[in-house]
Design a protein around this ligand. Structure first.
Ligand SMILES: C[S@@+](CC[C@H](N)C(=O)[O-])C[C@H]1O[C@@H](n2cnc3c(N)ncnc32)[C@H](O)[C@@H]1O
Length: 448
């Protein structure tokens, strides 16, 4: 994983390659824009933040003219508070009553207002136009697409960074902005949700999910499916370990993540080992009994959990297995701080609130076990898991998320206790997941 400064240098290298001296910056994750704003502010005229995740890399002072879109639900108020502490002049447009989990189509849902406000913000800080050839390109592990710039082929440059798990990303406003601006959309492993999910999969979370899949014991030639594979942070290591067998299928409804997954698989020599497909977990495009093993991790929070389980049960052959896991927002975490038990308790209780919870029909709690049985799976092994994050990129990110929830004296005490635990080498964070392994019925009676 890149530090925020490395990420910033990579983005600057893209601007240098394209000959852009100054641009507007439109972003989501602080790990993407923090280093740019802190160290390269002279390269940007404005900052626009969409439902920002103010976490790793949020600079102490945001000096750029800033516009932010925010929800007043969930973590929206926390992120807005944190933004306003650092950029008191920022204009914040609040979408009242709009729940904004990262998997919603946040831009599409609010496209008109987002476009109008963004245009007004950009127009009030004019910058020189550039004239660039439309099309894709790559600098190191960041890829970009240049679009638009009006009929004359020239416009002020706007850099768009990836946004969460949002299925259509900036699509709904990008095309329209490209009529008047030169729009440069960035992607690649160091940015956005790809970086976040990759860091999680390379940490204790990946370890528990791979152990669960091993426990389900797929044979070397098993037909396997991952439901909601994202950019493939779980399926790529699994495919890399398999010496033989058919390609593992990974489906998702996010075309941006699937494209990133294909590119990473190609770069790792795994293009033939994984079949990434655009498909919806609510209506899997596979015949009954198509797979031996299906796994699905931290996806059922986002959609209709029971429908997803029913679909998984349908496509698994008799006697096949399912492995499912969801975030456990009904449980405290363990933030290992020996010196301050009160702060530890506070953080353990607050931690489940740092993630988006579940949608109205989703599952992020212990109802998982009942649901798996109700979907018809047998011999269900219930496997409550703790993913341990220590001394890695995931630990850093979660630490920032936790600290963002606190203020004043509590924040100071927590930061001091964490710094001391890190110095002593005893700091870790454990995140709980509900997980289950189930078997589909064989139709054979025991003893026959
Ligand atoms: C938090 S990510 C997890 C990705 C991967 N399973 C992992 O554990 O790293 C959730 C993924 O589920 C996908 N997803 C959500 N609802 C879906 C649906 N109805 N059908 C297919 N994929 C879905 C999202 O697009 C996203 O890529």
């Amino acid at each position: 994983m890149n530090s925020v400064n490395e990420t910033a240098s990579k983005v600057i290298a893209v601007l240098d390659t394209l000959g852009i001296s100054r641009a507007h910056l439109v972003a989501w994750a602080s790990a993407d824009w923090g280093g740019l704003v802190a160290r390269h502010a002279n390269r940007f005229a404005t900052l626009t933040l969409a439902f920002p995740a103010m976490r790793l890399g949020t600079p102490d002072v945001i000096g750029l003219p800033t516009l932010s879109f925010a929800s007043d639900q969930g973590n929206g108020p926390v992120n807005t508070r944190r933004l306003m502490e650092r950029a008191p002049q920022a204009k914040t447009v609040i979408f009242e009553g709009y729940h904004a989990p990262l998997w919603n189509d946040l831009i599409a849902d609010n496209a008109r207002r987002i476009e109008k406000e963004t245009r007004a913000h950009l127009a009030s800080h004019p910058i020189p136009v550039v004239s660039l050839a439309a099309g894709p390109g790559r600098v190191g592990d960041i890829h970009y697409t240049v679009e638009g710039a009006g009929v004359e082929g020239a416009g002020p440059p706007v850099v768009l960074m990836p946004i969460g798990l949002v299925p259509s990303q900036w699509g709904p406003v990008r095309e329209s902005l490209a009529r008047d601006y030169c729009v440069i959309s960035l992607g690649g492993a160091p940015l956005g949700m790809v970086a976040t999910l990759e860091a999680r999969a390379q940490s204790g979370y990946g370890a528990i999910i791979h152990r669960l899949i091993d426990e389900a014991a797929p044979a070397a030639d098993s037909k396997m499916l991952e439901v909601g594979c994202g950019h493939g942070p779980l399926v790529r290591p699994l495919a890399a370990r398999r010496a033989a067998g058919p390609p593992i299928t990974g489906i998702d409804i996010n075309a941006y993540l699937l494209d990133e997954g294909r590119a990473l698989a190609q770069a790792q020599g795994l293009a033939k080992a994984i079949d990434f497909r655009y498909a919806n977990a609510h209506a899997l495009p596979f015949a009954d009994d198509s797979f031996d093993v299906v796994f699905c991790s931290t996806v059922m929070e986002e959609g209709h959990a029971d429908r997803m389980l029913a679909e998984m049960a349908r496509v698994i052959r008799p006697g096949g297995r399912v492995v499912v896991a969801v975030r456990a927002v009904d449980m405290p975490w363990w933030v290992n701080l020996e010196e301050d038990a009160a702060i530890r308790r506070t953080l353990n209780e607050l931690a489940p609130k740092t993630s988006s919870g579940a949608g109205p029909d989703g599952c992020a709690d212990a109802s998982l076990y009942r649901r798996v049985m109700q979907a018809g799976f047998e011999h269900v092994r219930m496997r409550l898991q703790l993913a341990v994050y220590a001394g890695d990129a995931r630990a850093l990110e979660v630490r920032e998320r936790l600290l963002a929830m606190l203020q004043g004296d509590e924040l100071e005490r927590a930061a001091a206790a964490i710094a001391n635990a890190e110095k002593a080498g005893s700091f870790f964070i454990a995140e709980p997941f509900h997980a289950a392994i189930g078997h589909t019925a064989t139709g054979v009676q025991p003893g026959h």
